[in-house]
Design a protein around this ligand. Structure first.
Ligand SMILES: [Zn+2]
Length: 319
């Protein structure tokens, strides 16, 4: 850990932003100081926006003075970026996330159509596809297209309050997912590393084939952060330990083995969904399908399963 050279560095402030989603809340981490900075900014619902503004106000920080950095472009992390920007805040984002954030709403129809096609291809019945699409269209209203002022790349140095930090590109959850490691060994993990939840690589359309495999490589690379304090995108701070990483890797491996064990005959991802994730809530079908498809693609990459396309539907079978 780097010495603070006698300076008193203000501790990062956790602003809890409520979510109308299964995770319940997201964190915006405020670093007060000579260059006030926010890492992530929560979802852009009226309640989310109000919670963020109340948190900034309680810390005595004006929204327009903030430099906003996002760990990735998802709505529960970048949803208030446009509102902050209108008040004068400067937005920085990992360069692989910029197109997503800048064209989120403009690109929505194409994105939803691509997801709907992929869900149908993986065996989802039309009513399940329509329900997932309706839910996505509602969720999409909680973020606006937002111009990124500065791109961030792996290794870039940034100032968070009074603390220097380094950007670490850890792709998988999204293509540009980035962690920020401060000189005080605080690690802003976004959704790449959570304490009790294994991350989902949102791998569904063929274009994203291999993203889950990429996530697993990133997870493996997180060993270099053992000993840091994680300030995650959701829920409480925690220590990064070998045991925690082992636990996450083990969960991924067990789920992968479970998917493979159910491939006793050709099955679609939709058929596997209740076998692999029996307790899935009905509004979590999209994320559940991404989870199963991610595992199936990874089993393909490992040579343990193969895909069979017939009649517009894709099944998988043990190889
Ligand atoms: Zn996310």
């Amino acid at each position: 850990m780097q010495a603070r050279r006698g300076r008193r560095v203000p501790a990062p402030v956790r602003i809890v932003v409520p979510l109308p989603l299964a995770l319940r809340s997201a964190n915006a981490w405020l670093f007060p100081g000579r260059q006030p900075a926010l890492v992530d900014c929560g979802i852009g619902t009226p309640e989310g926006h109000a919670a963020l503004m109340a948190g900034l106000s309680a810390a005595g920080v004006r929204p327009g003075d903030v430099r906003l950095l996002v760990t990735h472009g998802h709505i529960d992390h970048a949803g208030n970026a446009a509102a902050l920007q209108r008040q004068g805040a400067v937005l920085r984002a990992p360069r692989e996330e910029t197109l997503f954030v800048e064209t989120f709403r403009r690109d929505a129809a194409r994105r939803h159509a691509a997801f709907a096609r992929a869900l149908a291809q993986h065996g989802c019945p039309p009513e399940a596809v329509a329900a997932a699409q309706a839910r996505a269209e509602r969720i999409d209203t909680w973020m606006e297209d937002t111009a990124i002022v500065e791109d961030l790349r792996d290794g870039d140095r940034v100032l968070l309050g009074d603390t220097e930090a380094t950007a670490h590109h850890t792709p998988g959850h999204t293509p540009g997912s980035t962690m920020y490691l401060t000189a005080d060994n605080d690690l802003l993990t976004g959704d790449t590393l959570l304490e009790h939840i294994t991350s989902n690589a949102i791998e569904l359309v063929d274009r994203d084939h291999g993203r889950y495999a990429q996530y697993l490589r990133s997870l493996d690379g997180l060993r270099r952060f053992v000993g840091c304090r994680a300030l995650p995108g959701h829920h409480d701070a925690f220590q990064v330990t070998d045991a925690l990483l082992d636990g996450h890797v083990g969960k991924h491996q067990r789920r992968s083995a479970k998917v493979l064990s159910h491939l006793d005959r050709p099955k679609t991802a939709w058929q596997l969904l209740p076998e692999v994730l029996p307790h899935l809530a009905h509004d979590q079908v999209f994320l559940g399908m991404c989870e199963v498809v991610g595992h199936l693609h990874h089993l393909e990459i490992e040579g343990k399963a193969k895909a069979i396309d017939a009649g517009g539907v894709r099944t998988f079978v043990r190889h």
